[in-house]
Design a protein around this ligand. Structure first.
Ligand code: HEC
Ligand code: HEC
Ligand code: HEC
Length: 432
């Protein structure tokens, strides 16, 4: 018995030593800050595009402050982590980082000093990028971004979760390190889409559900998740659309922010389109559409023949039976003047029987849009939807939501809508 205990003890010691080795990363020495780095302009241009595709500026810029100067607060649920200063300032930014140090941060989640970075920084996706693409982003940040001295605040993650070397355990459990490997059975376009979606654009960071430790559940990739009081819908065959997404619809939506039969890109999806994917070459966005349509596995058919689309057009604005029902009355008087269609569904008049916000698993997105409207730089550029935060009570908004879900979309009602309206009202403000 003693022997077994001793040998188990020995094994544990070996495992602990191995983990120690795994968890240890040395410092990578500074570059000479007096030397101005020189990069080919084509490489810098590619880096600018990739930085947009990775939404780097979103998490590394404080609203209204200098680009990439850091301190954007990210609420992780465990505490707030501040995006780092990615400007080439030598003291508070990445001015002293060599390309090797930058590559290690993106592909292994370790900073220049050798400390583990928290996964609020989606290195678990950036690890899929090629070294050449990482180099392009480095070239862009080092040569086009203005250095700004701005000390980044410490995170508010409580002890012991804030111990950085413990992050090695998280990595061991949840991260598949290594550059994306093309699937030889698929087309080049499909592989390009997969490379962007799984790597730099990290779509799964919002669309894949996470476990209690915050790791993405790989077996449930793209099955939909909750993010900042919004629902990121499923991008699998579980997607709730009545009109199946085609590759063309997807790339159109990801480039313009609107899809005729699905809706507009708002909330966390707004900047994904408008600060990110719009800046990519058309061919890349087309590739993302091809890859996602394959994941969604929906059959192709003529949307105009869809019975729900036909019923919706027949309802139009002429429904005069609204006095029977409070939800319907409020909808007809507050919403239908804009949200009606006659011969066909117009993109700037989202049809609320068909719109994803009415069809997904929870009412969060519908409530968000009614409370806070759609600002002009979300959804269709330059087009707004008014907010109803100050015009309608929680109970009235719940009545509209229940009417749209039950009578228009003809789906099972959501539970507890009024309480949810109250919660989202409290947790949000309007950006108008
Ligand atoms: C979802 C938010 C988010 C996105 C998107 C994001 N980052 Fe970050 N990044 C962070 C956070 C938060 C940290 C700080 C992590 C920590 O303190 O452990 C960080 C840290 C870093 C670091 C380490 C810097 C240092 O001083 O230690 C680098 C380098 C970096 N990010 C580069 C990038 C690049 C390049 C992109 C785009 C391709 C990007 N990030 C996109 C949130 C993000
Ligand atoms: C003055 C016209 C107007 C009124 C009134 C209006 N909307 Fe909208 N609504 C719009 C426009 C325009 C858009 C598309 C906005 C964009 O893309 O910028 C929109 C978008 C939406 C969306 C789409 C969100 C998505 O994710 O696709 C929903 C849901 C919605 N409105 C619900 C409502 C409800 C419910 C009411 C009544 C309480 C209402 N709207 C009243 C004009 C209006
Ligand atoms: C920061 C979080 C976030 C990231 C990153 C993100 N999404 Fe989204 N996405 C959302 C949210 C939230 C919604 C719902 C809001 C809406 O409908 O506008 C959404 C909606 C969508 C929809 C509409 C689905 C439907 O059925 O109506 C598609 C398609 C989509 N995202 C694709 C993508 C792709 C592709 C990527 C990566 C290139 C991506 N998303 C990255 C949060 C995100």
């Amino acid at each position: 018995m003693k022997k077994i205990i001793a040998s188990v003890g020995g094994l544990a010691a070996v495992a602990a030593a191995a983990f120690g080795l795994y968890a240890y990363h040395g410092e990578i020495g500074p570059r000479d800050a007096r030397e101005k780095p020189a990069f080919d302009s084509a490489v810098v241009a590619k880096g600018r595009e990739l930085a947009a595709a990775g939404f780097c500026a979103e998490c590394h810029t404080q609203p209204g402050q200098a680009p990439y100067a850091g301190n954007y607060p990210l609420d992780t649920g465990f505490g707030i982590i501040y995006g780092s200063n990615l400007t080439p300032d030598p003291e508070t930014g990445i001015g002293l980082w060599t390309e090797a140090a930058f590559n290690r941060a993106l592909k292994q989640g370790v900073d220049r000093k050798g400390r583990n970075l928290f996964p609020a920084f989606p290195y678990d996706h950036f690890t899929k990028m090629t070294d050449e693409d990482v180099r392009a982003v480095y070239a862009y940040l080092m040569s086009e971004v203005k250095p700004v001295r701005n000390q980044v605040k410490d995170s508010t993650i409580p002890f012991p979760l804030n111990i950085r070397w413990l992050q090695s355990g998280w990595k061991l459990l949840f991260v598949d390190f290594g550059t994306y490997q093309p699937d030889k059975g698929k087309s080049d376009l499909w592989n390009r889409g997969a490379y962007l979606v799984e790597g730099v654009s990290h779509c799964g960071a919002c669309h894949t559900p996470r476990n209690l430790l915050g790791g993405e559940e790989k077996s449930r990739q793209f099955e939909g998740a909750v993010i900042d009081k919004w629902i990121a819908p499923a991008l699998t065959s579980a997607n709730a659309s009545v009109v199946p997404w085609t590759a063309k619809d997807l790339s159109g939506y990801l480039k313009s922010g609107v899809s005729q039969y699905h809706g507009v890109s708002v909330g966390p999806m707004g900047p994904v389109v408008h600060a990110g994917l719009r800046k990519l070459p058309d061919r890349d966005v087309e590739a993302i559409g091809v890859y996602l349509a394959d994941k969604l596995k929906t059959p192709d058919f003529d949307p105009a023949k869809n019975p729900l689309v036909q019923a919706s057009l027949a309802t139009g604005r002429t429904d005069r039976t609204y006095r029977d029902d409070e939800g319907k009355r409020l909808y007809v008087t507050a919403c239908a003047s804009c949200h009606y269609n006659v011969k066909e569904v117009l993109p700037a008049r989202p049809d609320l029987a068909i719109n994803s916000a009415t069809r997904i698993s929870a009412p969060d997105n519908l409530i968000q849009v009614i409370l806070n409207g759609v600002v002009s730089d979300d959804g269709i550029q330059g087009v707004v939807m008014p907010r109803f935060r100050d015009a309608l009570s929680d109970q009235e908004i719940a009545a509209i939501v229940n009417y749209l879900r039950g009578q228009r979309a003809q789906l099972k009602p959501w539970d507890d809508v009024e309480r949810k309206v109250g919660e989202i009202r409290k947790a949000t403000t309007t950006r108008h």
